[in-house]
Design a protein around this ligand. Structure first.
Ligand code: THU
Length: 160
């Protein structure tokens, strides 16, 4: 028997102004689409903006449903839109921002497990890491250089 340690690295930015300029712009697009979320049940708005290799930005936000499980997270709305409209374009970066209508989100809000799994699929498909930047409404921004930093021991097509 032995134990293994799994290493994840996250870069922490104290404020938006610290981000690279192109990511500041991408995060602003995530914030803008966040405000158009359909979140009448959770009052928790999430926006995601994806930068493709060809310079096109694809955005998405959470879409809820009276039958709660039928709703969808912002990240998957965005990544599936990119996958369906630009199937041959690699995704370089994803910026994510969340805002609650009930309290100030001042901590980075990470993508949920199902969204991480969906992002993993595209990282494997395109054979290129996807940088993920995520934040709340205000405060620090976390960056993972690859989905693997957020989802170690990922299940993917190599396991089939
Ligand atoms: N949500 C996202 O859009 N992304 C996540 O990664 C976590 C949760 C949405 C789903 C639901 O509409 C609301 O936030 C509350 O869970």
């Amino acid at each position: 028997m032995k134990k293994i340690k799994i290493f994840s690295e996250i870069t922490v930015y104290d404020e938006i102004a610290e981000l690279p300029e192109n990511i500041q712009t991408l995060m602003a697009q995530a914030v803008a689409i966040r405000e158009m979320a359909y979140a009448p049940y959770s009052h928790f708005r999430v926006g995601a903006a994806l930068m493709l290799e060809n310079g096109i930005v694809v955005t998405g936000n959470n879409q809820e449903n009276a039958a709660y499980p039928s709703g969808m997270c912002a990240e998957r709305v965005a990544i599936w839109a990119a996958g369906s409209q630009y199937p041959d374009q690699k995704i370089l970066q994803i910026a994510i921002s969340a805002r609650s209508e009930n309290h100030l989100l001042n901590q980075p809000i990470p993508p949920c497990g199902a969204c991480r799994q969906a992002i993993a699929e595209y990282e494997v498909k395109q054979d290129k890491d996807i940088e993920i930047y995520f934040m709340g409404e205000v405060g620090k921004i976390y960056k993972s250089a690859s989905l693997h930093d957020l989802l170690p021991l990922v299940f993917d097509s190599s396991n089939l």
